[in-house]
Write a protein that binds this ligand. Structure first.
Ligand code: PHE
Length: 356
């Protein structure tokens, strides 16, 4: 079932422009949403995923692009925000995938650097190397091809720091020993996050729609595995969504049994007002575009700003302090953490924040 029409996606969206085409060979709808170039060229990954209808994919690109604008602004990076979505009808053969990526690279090239892409859900450094055959505007190529490699491990580090800052805010100490943390989605970001949490002594629970992924972690680390349908009601200190967005909505919030929501997934809230609902339910929410900024800091830091590893690491670890500041502001002003984070982003953009 389609949740949106192109009409209501674009009418309600405050971005600059969205471009689209349909690739006949693979039956893929291709979208690039340029949300903002106010602070610099729009940056944001290429997501490959199936959707019920093209308008749903466009909506995802538009909203994810907006989240990228906020992410770059909060992280203090001189970039705007955008996103691309390749709405594939099914998993593609290697040859079809390459064909699609080359076409996408051409589209990125047509935008002449006003949109620069990178890896995102279901795309990797190898895919960025393919884009790099056609366009220079692809971050996250392999090191062999002159890129900075996968940004996912740094996204995980930033998320780990954000979880510690959130635990410190709620429990008075950042110590994770004995704290239960549920990681939903153990892909490129979730998997290294699980390892780091486990090493820090947390009691880690995992869930993923892919059984082989969770069973490998169970065999290796002995982490508890939850069925996907048990995630929302799980009684844990921290729930870390690290898969697709929209998992926390008005139906899910009353069923949550966690104290903190702090994960790396982009746009985990079903709607902006769900940030207020979480706050009313007494659950601390780490805004996604703050806690998952580690990948952007890695890609833009190394590749656009030519930062050293020390500078990138300091930026990624700084996500913890940024969240602590946002929590303090939210408490002081009696607003949700989502609203506090949006206000910080809009202040950097020099624009008024939309009404809370
Ligand atoms: N897709 C990742 C994110 O959402 C990494 C990324 C950042 C890709 C910036 C391109 C540009 O943060």
């Amino acid at each position: 079932m389609s949740l949106s029409s192109i009409d209501d996606v674009l009418r309600g969206w405050d971005g600059e422009l969205a471009v689209s085409c349909h690739d006949e060979r693979t039956d893929t709808w291709m979208f690039i949403a340029v949300h903002s170039t106010k602070l610099g060229p729009a940056g944001g990954g290429t997501r490959m995923k199936s959707y019920a209808a093209p308008a749903d994919a466009l909506r995802d690109a538009c909203l994810l692009g907006r989240a990228m604008t906020l992410k770059m602004a909060v992280a203090g990076l001189p970039m705007g925000g955008g996103k691309s979505v390749l709405a594939v009808p099914r998993e593609l053969s290697a040859a079809d995938r390459r064909h699609l990526l080359l076409r996408h690279a051409h589209n990125v090239e047509v935008l002449k650097g006003s949109y620069r892409t990178g890896p995102d859900m279901n795309t990797t450094s190898d895919d960025m190397d393919v884009l790099g055959e056609v366009t220079e505007f692809a971050f996250g190529r392999s090191e062999a091809r002159g890129g900075s490699g996968s940004s996912a491990p740094d996204t995980a580090v930033g998320c780990f720091e954000g979880i510690k800052a959130s635990v410190a805010h709620v429990f008075g100490s950042p110590d994770l020993a004995g704290r239960s943390v549920l990681v939903q989605g153990v892909g490129a970001v979730g998997e290294p996050l699980v390892r780091t949490l486990h090493a820090a002594g947390a009691n880690v629970l995992v869930s993923d729609v892919s059984l082989p992924r969770v069973s490998a972690l169970y065999d290796e680390l002995g982490v508890e595995v939850l069925a996907p349908e048990s995630v929302i009601g799980a009684e844990v200190d921290v729930y870390a969504p690290c898969a697709t967005g929209g998992v926390i909505d008005a139906a899910a919030i009353p069923r949550l049994r966690c104290r903190i929501v702090a994960g790396a997934a982009n746009n985990p809230l079903g709607a902006p007002e769900d940030g207020e609902l979480l706050s009313e339910a007494g659950i601390l929410y780490a805004p996604d575009f703050v806690i998952n900024g580690g990948g952007a800091i890695h890609l833009i830091g190394y590749e656009a700003l030519k930062w050293s590893k020390e500078q990138v690491d300091a930026g990624v670890v700084g996500i913890g302090a940024t969240l602590t500041e946002i929590y303090a502001r939210a408490d002081a002003e009696g607003i949700s953490t989502e609203t506090a984070a949006e206000r910080l982003a809009y202040a950097r953009l020099g624009q008024p924040a939309p009404p809370a």
